[in-house]
Structures are given as structure tokens and as C-alpha cells.
Ligand binder design. Structure first.
Ligand SMILES: NC(=O)c1ccc[n+]([C@@H]2O[C@H](COP(=O)([O-])OP(=O)(O)OC[C@H]3O[C@@H](n4cnc5c(N)ncnc54)[C@H](O)[C@@H]3O)[C@@H](O)[C@H]2O)c1
Length: 347
């Protein structure tokens, strides 16, 4: 029988795409999500794309909170076969909100992870893939950024990611048998090429790409570009954009590597290794949607870096994984999602 995985936060942007990839790879999934930033409709569409009927036991949904021992216990008990591994996406991710509400961020991201690890121990599961972030490099001194770069986050969100990575290392060191992968994502964007699932943030998007797609579809008037005086070729910030399907496949590769080898701890950048400026993305998206994107240049934001690009070579060596999709495909698929779902999942 196929292996069962617990996916926390599986209804979210990255989680939903990863659920689809894992279902297509033959895993059974239990998703634990409190739908704080997502919709159950995303999982209904994941099931549909994977060819699963309603109530198919291969995708079970537990509406619950990762901070609740009872909800976690329910998720572990509901699994059709013992849970072999956990992919831990559940968390809060808005940098600005984390500055205003650090207690909530430490509670959900750190306490939630601690409760999850306790539940895993109680149920004899010691394999976990964790959603970490390039945010923990802060303002990097070396670009492309290797995993050996200093961890020096500059906001509470980044502090919580660094704390959970440390917690995972401490737990893995405390007893044998733990298999742990901390995946440091760069800038996940795009959508499944079907346009059926994609990114549907609550409120005003914090990141360039979802803001851009909402401007293109007429939900917002204009994009703001934060600074055109950075030390980059066109003066706008440069980031490493990774197609969410490449990222989802990275999770599958990490799981298979962990489950197929001796216990180990992996800390890996997941990025493309290529940087694109804000103006590059605006231009590529305008091509994809066939209309100009209105934007204005405003002052730099405090805490932004000029250039953030991954050195993803360790992930290629350890997982046999690399990104395959271009900025053009990112924009094509992002537009397929946003144009077919102008108001997202309308939760
Ligand atoms: N999207 C990015 O740019 C990015 C970059 C680096 C790291 N990450 C990390 O990846 C993970 C997934 O990000 P995403 O972009 O898919 O975000 P998302 O908000 O779309 O998904 C997170 C999911 O977790 C759920 N959730 C939140 N609090 C919960 C709780 N207490 N209990 C149970 N479920 C809860 C939400 O409802 C949502 O479905 C997060 O941990 C995020 O910090 C995201």
C-alpha cells in the first residue's frame, strides 16, 4: 500500500500545488489546515486535478490548528496507514504583520512547530520537511547565496523561521532516527498550468507577483515599484523567482531522498539560481497577459535587499532536483490562474 503523509497547511498556495504533485506520485495525504489563509475549495480542485472523486480516502482533510495537540492527534489517528512523514507548511508569512504582531507569529510558527514535533514523536513519525525561507539570510553579503551564509534575519517572521530550523536540529540531534529537511524557498510564484489552483492571498498582497496579477486583472489600479536606484542593472530589486510547480517537485524530491536513505538532516536552498528585476517581471507579465501593467516608482522599503539569488547547487547534488520552468512559464501560468479566477477562490 502507498505511504501516507501529513501535510500541514496543505490548502495554502505552496501546499496545494505540492499536494497535487504528491497525489500524482501515489502518496495518500492527510491535510491539516485551519484555513486562516486558504480555502477548502483549493483542496477540492486539487482532488479534481488528481482525478480523485469526492470523499476519496487518498485525500483526507482535517480542519484544525497546528498548535492544538488534540487536532494533531486527530490527524494522526485519521490516517489510513501510519503517517510516514510530515510536510510542514502551516504558518504565517507576512513580514510587515510579523513586525506588528510578533507574539502571534511566534505562537503559530514556533509553538505550532513544537506541538507538531511532539505529536510526531508520540505517533512514532520522525521524518519532516519544513518550509523555511531565504528571509533568514537577511541582507545577504554574498550573492548567489549558499546555505553556509550567515543566518541573520531582520524581522520577526525571519526570526521564527530561524528558530524552527534550530528546534528541528536540536530534536534531530537528541535521538537517533530523525530525517529532517529544511527547505529555504526563494520567491515562489506562478500557478498550476491548468489555471485551476494558484495564489489567493487574503487582503492586499505583500509580494510583487500576486499584486501584479491583481493589477493585470483589474482588481487593483497600479503596481508600486519600491525604488529604481538599487545597484542593479536597471535599478530595481532583483529576486530569484521559482515556479510553484518546481517548488512542489522539490518537496517530492526531498521526501524521497529522506525516506530512501539513512537518517540525515538537510538544509537546502530551493531557488532557480537566476535573478530577475522587478522591471523584467513586469515586462514578462505584460507579454503573457497581452496588456501593459501600470506602475509607479516609489521610495525603497526599509529592510529590502538589492539582490537576493540562491545558489541552488546543493539541492541539485543532494536531491537530483533543479528548476525547469522559465519566467515566461511563470507569467503564463500565473495569468492562466488569475484571469480564470479574478477573485481567487472567493472564500
Ligand atoms: N510564499 C512565499 O513567498 C514563501 C517563501 C518562503 C517560505 N514560505 C513558507 O512556506 C509555507 C507556505 O507558504 P504559502 O505561501 O503556501 O502560504 P499560505 O498562507 O498560502 O499557506 C499556509 C497555510 O497554512 C495554514 N495555516 C496558517 N496557520 C495555521 C495554523 N495555526 N494551523 C493550521 N494551518 C494553518 C493557512 O490556512 C494556509 O493554508 C509557510 O510556512 C511560509 O512561511 C513561503
Amino acid at each position: 500500500m502507498s505511504q501516507t503523509l501529513l501535510i500541514t497547511g496543505g490548502a495554502g498556495f505552496i501546499g496545494s500545488h505540492t499536494c497535487l504533485v504528491l497525489l500524482e506520485a501515489g502518496y495518500r495525504l492527510v491535510v491539516l489546515d485551519n484555513f486562516a489563509n486558504s480555502s477548502v475549495e483549493a483542496l477540492r480542485r486539487v482532488a479534481e486535478l488528481a482525478g480523485l472523486g469526492p470523499d476519496d480516502p487518498r485525500l483526507q482533510v482535517v480542519a484544525g490548528d497546528v498548535r492544538s495537540a488534540e487536532d494533531l492527534d486527530r490527524a494522526f489517528r485519521q490516517a489510513p496507514t501510519p503517517i510516514e512523514a510530515v510536510v510542514h507548511f502551516a504558518g504565517l508569512k507576512a513580514v510587515g504583520e510579523s513586525v506588528a504582531e510578533p507574539l502571534i507569529y511566534w505562537d503559530v510558527n514556533v509553538v505550532g512547530s513544537q506541538r507538531l514535533l511532539a505529536a510526531m514523536r508520540a505517533h512514532g513519525c520522525r521524518t519532516v520537511v519544513f518550509s523555511s525561507s531565504a528571509t533568514l539570510y537577511g541582507l545577504p553579503e554574498q550573492v548567489p547565496i549558499p546555505e553556509t551564509a550567515p543566518v541573520q534575519p531582520i524581522n520577526p517572521y525571519g526570526h521564527t523561521k530561524a528558530a524552527v530550523e534550530q528546534l528541528l536540529r536540536d530534536v534531530a540531534t537528541s535521538e537517533p532516527g530523525w530525517r529532517v529537511a529544511c527547505l529555504r524557498y526563494f520567491n515562489p510564484v506562478g500557478a498550476h498550468p491548468s489555471g485551476r489552483i494558484g495564489e489567493d492571498p487574503n487582503g492586499i498582497p505583500n509580494n510583487l507577483f500576486p499584486f501584479l496579477t491583481q493589477v493585470a486583472v483589474g482588481r487593483r489600479n497600479q503596481l508600486q515599484v519600491f525604488g529604481d536606484d538599487w545597484p542593479t542593472p536597471d535599478g530595481t530589486g532583483v529576486r530569484d523567482y521559482i515556479h510553484v510547480m518546481d517548488l512542489a517537485e522539490g518537496h517530492q524530491a526531498a521526501l524521497e531522498t529522506l525516506l530512501g536513505a539513512e537518517p540525515q538532516q538537510l538544509t537546502l536552498n530551493l531557488g532557480s539560481g537566476t535573478g530577475h528585476s522587478v522591471l523584467d517581471v513586469i515586462e514578462a507579465f505584460a507579454q503573457a497577459c497581452g496588456r501593459p501593467i501600470p506602475y509607479s516608482v516609489v521610495a525603497r522599503r526599509p529592510g529590502d535587499a538589492a539582490r537576493t539569488v540562491a545558489d541552488p547547487s546543493l539541492a541539485t547534488t543532494r536531491l537530483g532536483w533543479r528548476t525547469r520552468r522559465s519566467l515566461t512559464e511563470i507569467c503564463r501560468d500565473g495569468w492562466a490562474w488569475q484571469s480564470a479566477n479574478p477573485s481567487g477562490y472567493t472564500r
